[in-house]
Ligand binder design. Structure first.
Ligand code: FAD
Length: 536
């Protein structure tokens, strides 16, 4: 099939462009001055995709899957296959925008229960068909790429129909959700019982419970609610060797915690069908504040002081000088010139924005946090800035679409390190990106803090190199990854997928890798699960 007109293909966060943000003219001009040519004529979207191969799903497998799930839940038409052809990284979106050939799964399969997921796996073992577990498809590391490995065909096992709240143990504060429930629906279902998960990554609107667990996701409020793995009390996992259920008590000394083999398994060790989660009462009050600190080093010290004095807010976040400047420049709603004047009058030369937000025990905790921040030299700007951040907290992906439309290469990468290495890591990654990209804005924030260290989340904006747009980002990403090795982790929350697989061994060692391979061969001896991910 060639030159297929396809409206389902995901060229953006919003898919068809509805709901996409647009950037004010002055922001576009400001960007052009900083990174070179940008403009409406540079972000063309293809309305066609070339060379989508016909489905290679063997007829016998198709028949068996249809008998199991009903023909309407085994989709082989191009639209459905293209809609699951990869995730949402810059390169994923770029390939589709440019109309490049895409690799799509041979079929999309929609089981409706954990039992059906298990039966699909059994069937795929018999027919030797690869399986890509597909949640919200928001992976930015190639986690849902339709790779076949040594298999003749691969299906996307979309968990969208596993959309139920299974149970709520109100006494223990544990709820069981099926894997395909998306972030907002999880909050709605739990909210009916007076609970919240408090897991709000920027991909919240689309990503799923199963995807959060499979990638060790971290939400914007991780300082208060924990990373997703901290919330996981138990898992139900389908594997080619049968079902695995783990998690019978809040804590256990019965050997290594095998739940952690499912959490972060990225679809390579099993399909997570249900997750038991620690939940908390819905907050009755919230307060978000903006603070400013002078310079990145002072900001990082303030974050460390908060973490080590147990004074973090539920959201605790620091932007570096460049990210602060960009958010002032791109955010038309903020009265940024007045703010700059105020900061100048207070002697702040290199403003770095700090956002802190509390969702329980607000008054008492706010006093503790504020005390540490003041001692760290930070200035409170007020709740307007904090609330403005809270309201725009999910708008990043829409702004990314608007930037892609202008021909901007925009991508993010993340890592984490101990406090003693954080500055070195920050400098090394920045230097690698700038050396590779030339004229670029490289900005960073800390949004996940621990007593022992913090994450670093870099965002890069540069004018797209039309002669070699893919190579432009691949070289920069490689340079940044090389800079990370030895100083921090190759991924703090985006997971390994395809993109980080070459860097797994330097991080966990050859022995670590062989332990993971041994586990894989125990649960998936013929290697049908997510070929080429995690363990490339
Ligand atoms: C704009 C944007 C912002 C983001 N912000 C954040 C953020 O703030 N924090 C964060 O942690 N991540 C973030 N991400 C990354 C991504 O959203 C997370 O990795 C998320 O956890 C993936 O969930 P998903 O349901 O979309 O999974 P998918 O993308 O569908 O899958 C991700 C991986 O998990 C596997 N998988 C999915 N479901 C299952 C299952 N049920 N069983 C077994 N394996 C499964 C897939 O095979 C794949 O390898 C962001 C991504 C984007 C595009």
């Amino acid at each position: 099939m060639s030159d297929l007109i396809n409206h389902r293909i995901r060229q953006s966060w919003t898919g068809d462009g509805a709901g996409a943000a647009s950037l004010p003219d002055r922001a576009v001009r400001w960007l052009g001055q900083r990174i070179g040519p940008v403009g409406a004529d540079r972000g063309r979207r293809a309305d066609s995709v070339s060379n989508l191969a016909d489905s290679a799903l063997p007829a016998a497998a198709h028949e068996d899957l249809s008998a199991l799930l009903g023909a309407e839940n085994v989709l082989v038409d191009a639209d459905e296959r293209l809609a699951r052809a990869g995730g949402l990284s810059y390169l994923d979106l770029l390939h589709r925008r440019l109309g490049d050939a895409v690799v799509a799964p041979d079929a999309v399969v929609l089981p409706a229960s954990p039992e059906q997921v298990q039966a699909v796996l059994d069937l795929c073992v018999r027919h030797d068909v690869g399986v890509v577990p597909f949640g919200g498809g928001t992976s930015v590391v190639g986690g849902v790429a339709a790779l076949r490995g040594d298999k003749p065909a691969v299906i996307a096992l979309d968990l969208v129909r596993l959309d139920a709240l299974v149970s709520v143990d109100e006494q223990s504060h544990v709820a069981v959700l099926q894997a395909g429930v998306r972030g907002p629906e999880a909050e709605r279902l739990l909210g009916e019982h007076g609970f919240t998960l408090g897991h709000v990554p920027q991909s919240f609107e689309r990503a799923t419970i199963g995807g959060f667990a499979a990638t060790r996701s971290a939400g914007q409020a991780s300082a208060g609610y924990g990373r997703f793995e901290d919330m996981v009390a138990g898992v139900r996992v389908a594997t080619p060797k049968g079902e695995w259920r783990l998690g019978v008590a809040p804590a256990s000394a019965a050997g290594p915690d095998l739940r952690q083999l499912a959490v972060g398994s990225e679809g390579a060790l099993g399909v997570i069908t249900e997750v038991a989660l620690r939940v908390r009462p819905v907050p009755t009050e919230r307060r978000y504040e903006g603070w400013v600190v002078d310079g990145w080093a002072a900001g990082a010290e303030a974050m460390r002081a908060l973490a080590q004095n147990h004074a973090t807010a539920d959201v605790t976040r620091l932007s570096d000088v460049d990210e602060t400047a960009v958010s002032f420049a791109l955010n038309a709603g903020l009265k940024t010139s007045a703010l700059r004047a105020y900061l100048g009058a207070r002697g702040v030369k290199h403003p770095c924005l700090l956002i802190v937000g509390w969702e329980r025990d607000v008054r008492a905790r706010q006093r503790v946090t504020a005390g540490v921040l003041r001692r760290s030299g930070a200035l409170r700007i007020g709740t307007a800035l904090g609330e403005s951040w809270r309201h725009g907290r999910f708008s990043g992906p829409r702004q990314r679409d608007a930037l892609l439309d202008l021909g901007v290469c925009v991508e993010t990468l993340e890592t984490a390190a101990y406090w003693s290495r954080l500055d070195d890591l920050y400098d090394a990654v920045r230097a690698a990106l700038v050396a590779s990209l030339g004229r670029a804005i490289v900005m960073c924030h800390v949004s996940h803090v621990y007593e022992t260290g913090a994450s670093l989340y870099f965002t890069v904006l540069t004018s797209r190199d039309d002669a070699d747009p893919v190579g432009q980002w691949q070289r920069a990403k490689h340079a940044a990854s090389e800079a990370i090795v030895g100083l921090g982790t190759i991924t703090h929350h985006h997971a390994v997928g395809v993109d980080h697989a070459p860097y797994l061994e330097p991080e966990i060692g050859a022995l670590g890798l062989s332990v993971l391979r041994a586990v894989k061969s125990a649960v998936d001896p013929t290697g049908i699960l997510n070929p080429g991910k995690l363990l490339a």
